[in-house]
Ligand binder design. Structure first.
Ligand SMILES: *Cc1c(COP(=O)(O)O)cnc(C)c1O
Length: 399
């Protein structure tokens, strides 16, 4: 048995089988590339679901992490640390947010937002206690905790895990009039992904978010955008909301906030919503710790200073053009914004996973999603030559 075969067998034997990974055992990463235990190199077109937008093992983030790890890692929020204020200041300057709450995983940021808007609903909007409703979209992905899977429409994510958290109302994604019809006096918030990533990179019609913003403002409903995947440069803008020139009341970020080094997430908000939380009402032992803050500060800094967001816009257009030029009778649709892209295959093609296997054999790692879609999301540091190479491998696989 090779090393990788041994490791895979051990994982299968001892691990909960809640994942079905491609059988590639990675041991090293640098920029857009990762290497397996047999020394094979791959172009990473998943980027850990957009957590490594800055590229694998970015040297500046690494240096910040090592430096901070040798100085101070965790104080809990019982005391203050000398990194948190700087992270707040830099995030506020970058995003225009007025209040920030740091957490660890994306799901925790979503849970935090749900708590905050419910409390805002009772204390500010005047919704009767226990009646708050949050509008969500079908085919959403917001994480794996109980309240979040309670409003998932994916049977795998939801079935068997009840009883479910009430207080959510589901409407189709991309349909602003369905949203208008779902609002009532108890609606405290809408929780929406700017582009549905896990659903297969579903982009709503132009004007959708402008209308959603209008409806939220007119009805005193908090607009929460889950930018955990779309945010931090992925779509060619710092935040995907910028594509429609709108501003959410609450924005959730995570994943690339640490450049893949550490779980760091944050709730960004206007003063009113996070303003309802008082001491003792919410917290996290690790949230806002100095190691997380130092890593996040540098992850944000390299994202902007090294032109990664602009590169995502330019390379995203170029990549998409390349994909669209592939002649293939098994491709149903090619779509994307920035470096968040997907190839949807015809159902007769027999599923996307076999093509992800074939791409792996050619040195390109991508992930199938929802049976027929290959999702492509390389690190934002990808070059034109690397895009050319990727497109040619994809062409050889599905062309
Ligand atoms: C990944 C993701 C989450 C959950 O983040 P975790 O860190 O895995 O908890 C939430 N929302 C969106 C849109 C995501 O892509």
């Amino acid at each position: 048995m090779t090393t990788s075969e041994k490791l895979i067998a051990t994982e299968q034997r001892l691990g909960a089988n809640n994942y079905k990974p491609l059988d590639v055992v990675l041991t090293r990463g640098e920029g857009v590339y990762v290497w397996d235990t047999d020394g094979n190199r791959y172009l990473d077109c998943l980027s850990a679901y957009s957590a490594v937008n800055q590229g694998h093992c970015h040297p500046k983030i690494l240096a910040a992490m090592v430096e901070q790890a040798g100085r101070l890692t965790l104080t809990s929020r019982a005391f203050r640390n000398d990194q948190l204020a700087y992270l707040y200041e830099e995030l506020a300057a970058l995003t225009g947010s007025h209040k920030i709450l740091p957490m660890n995983s994306g799901a925790e940021a979503v849970e935090t937002a749900i708590k905050a808007v419910r409390k805002w609903g009772y204390e500010v909007k005047g919704v009767p206690e226990g009646k708050a409703e949050i509008i969500v979209c079908a085919d959403n992905f917001h994480g794996r905790t109980l309240s979040i899977i309670s409003f998932s429409t994916d049977p795998d994510a939801r079935i068997g895990f009840g009883p479910y958290t009430p207080g959510f109302r589901t409407i189709p994604f991309g349909d602003a009039e369905a949203f208008a019809a779902a609002i009532n006096a108890n609606t405290v918030a809408a929780l929406i992904e700017p582009i549905q990533g896990e659903a297969g990179v579903i982009i709503p019609p132009a004007g959708y978010f402008t209308r959603i913003r209008e409806l939220c403002t007119d009805n005193n409903v908090t607009l929460i955008l889950d930018e955990i995947q779309t945010g931090l440069g992925r779509t060619g803008k710092l935040l995907a909301e910028e594509h429609e020139g709108i501003e959410a009341d609450v924005t959730l970020i995570g994943k690339a906030l640490s450049g893949g080094f550490y779980p760091v997430s944050a709730v960004l908000s206007n003063s009113e919503v996070l303003g309802v939380l008082k001491p003792g009402q919410h917290g996290s032992t690790f949230g806002g710790n100095p190691l997380a803050c130092a890593v996040a500060r540098t992850a944000l800094k390299v994202l902007t200073e090294e032109g990664m967001i602009e590169n995502a816009a330019v390379m995203g257009d170029y990549f998409l053009d390349g994909l669209r030029s592939i002649r293939s009778n098994i491709v149903r649709d090619v779509r994307g914004r920035g470096l968040m892209m997907a190839i949807e295959l015809e159902p007769e093609a027999g599923g996307a996973r076999q093509y992800c296997h074939a791409l792996k054999e050619r040195g390109l790692l991508a992930k199938d999603t929802h049976d027929h879609t290959i999702r492509l999301a390389p690190p934002l540091v990808i070059t034109r030559e690397q895009v050319d190479w990727a497109v040619s491998q994809i062409e050889k696989t599905i062309g």
